[in-house]
Structures are given as structure tokens and as C-alpha cells.
Design a protein around this ligand. Structure first.
Ligand SMILES: [Zn+2]
Length: 158
């Protein structure tokens, strides 16, 4: 399994004494990563499965780290140009979560992140292929990433 992830930008956890808690999680799952040629070689479904699996493992680890009894919701930001079918990731995540005692019933809540581009001429916008100002190829600064942004867990009192 190729795990192409950045160092996590982990914002900690907000929770009361007991009950639902939210983990602010900003963990890159899969980005435009030159070190993962095997990911590209795999079939389309394998690609989505790998991503669903990484999201599942990230949530599982967060639950473990915070001694959670269950995970209720996992929020994910999926870049519009990440070449990933979010519905398929949602479905595959569901099948993985179902067999796990902690993640059973967890909902995958995804947001599709629109692309953001920048051109050497100073243009900033959403045009991916041709800069509307100078005709050059703009650089994609956002929209290809897949991030776990938030994990909601239940922690019961000991
Ligand atoms: Zn330009």
C-alpha cells in the first residue's frame, strides 16, 4: 500500500468531560505525489479503495489516540481535480467501517474542493488550462488534494 501523506497538521481535539468530541484533523491522504507511481498503475477502483482505506485508517488511529468508543463522522475534502470519484470512496469507506467495532456506523461526509490556480502573470482563479489574462498554463495550487479535515468521536467516561 502506497501511503502518500504529508506530516499531519494536527490541531488537537475539542471535547468536554464526556460525550461527542471533534478532532480537528488535517491530514493529507493523497496528493499529487511523484513518489507513488504504483498508485497510478493500479486500476481506477484500486485507487479509490486505497484512498478509502487510508481515510479509514486515519480515523481508526485518531479514535485510538483519543480512546474513543466510536467514530460517528469523518469529514473529508476531496479536490475536484483529484481524479477520484467521491461516491465510490464513500461507498468503500462504508464497507470497511461496517466491519470495525469502533467505526461501525460512521458517516463519511465529503466536500468537493474546487480548483484554485495561479499564473505567472498574476492571475488567480479557477481556470485550469488557459490563463484568461495571458494564455499561459496556470499552476494548480489547490484542488488535487484529499484531506481528512474532521473526525467526530464519542468518548465515554472511564
Ligand atoms: Zn497568465
Amino acid at each position: 500500500m502506497v501511503y502518500c501523506s504529508n506530516a499531519s497538521d494536527y490541531n488537537g481535539i475539542r471535547q468536554g468531560a464526556a460525550g461527542p468530541a471533534e478532532v480537528d484533523y488535517h491530514q493529507g491522504i493523497s496528493r499529487d505525489c511523484p513518489n507513488s507511481p504504483s498508485l497510478q498503475k493500479q486500476g481506477k477502483t484500486m485507487h479509490e479503495f486505497g484512498i478509502a482505506y487510508d481515510i479509514f485508517m486515519t480515523a481508526r488511529k485518531a479514535a485510538q489516540d483519543h480512546h474513543a468508543d466510536s467514530v460517528t463522522k469523518v469529514s473529508v475534502a476531496i479536490g475536484e481535480v483529484s481524479m477520484v470519484n467521491p461516491e465510490q470512496v464513500e461507498f468503500l469507506f462504508g464497507t470497511l467501517a461496517e466491519d470495525d467495532p469502533v467505526l461501525k456506523g460512521a458517516v463519511l461526509d465529503y466536500t468537493v474542493v474546487p480548483p484554485e490556480t495561479r499564473c505567472i502573470c498574476g492571475y488567480e482563479g479557477a481556470e485550469k488550462f488557459v490563463c484568461p489574462r495571458c494564455g499561459a498554463l496556470p499552476e494548480l495550487v489547490r484542488g488535487r488534494e484529499i484531506m481528512v479535515t474532521n473526525i467526530e468521536i464519542e468518548v465515554h467516561e472511564p
